[in-house]
Design a protein. Structure first.
Length: 78
């Protein structure tokens, strides 16, 4: 849960400051890190671990959407 919250906060920061290319790159880093953790620590791959990866990526991308919304320039309504 703490990892998902941290990924959400990182996603908000990325959405506030950067474009979607940075989100894609950081999502790939999360996936590669998770794959490395699976390869060196866990003994077998099951549905729970795959769903955990999807939950982490969802938290990260949801944070990006929130940050992109908050950082958007809507212009002035006159």
């Amino acid at each position: 849960m703490l990892v998902a919250a941290l990924l959400f906060v990182v996603g908000v920061w990325e959405g506030w400051r950067y474009r979607a290319a940075v989100l894609i790159a950081s999502s790939m880093l999360v996936s590669i890190g998770w794959l490395g953790l699976w390869a060196f620590v866990w003994t077998h791959l099951d549905a729970e671990k795959i769903l955990l990866l999807f939950a982490y990526l969802t938290a990260h991308q949801a944070g990006y959407l929130v940050g992109a919304y908050l950082g958007a320039d809507f212009g002035e309504d006159s």
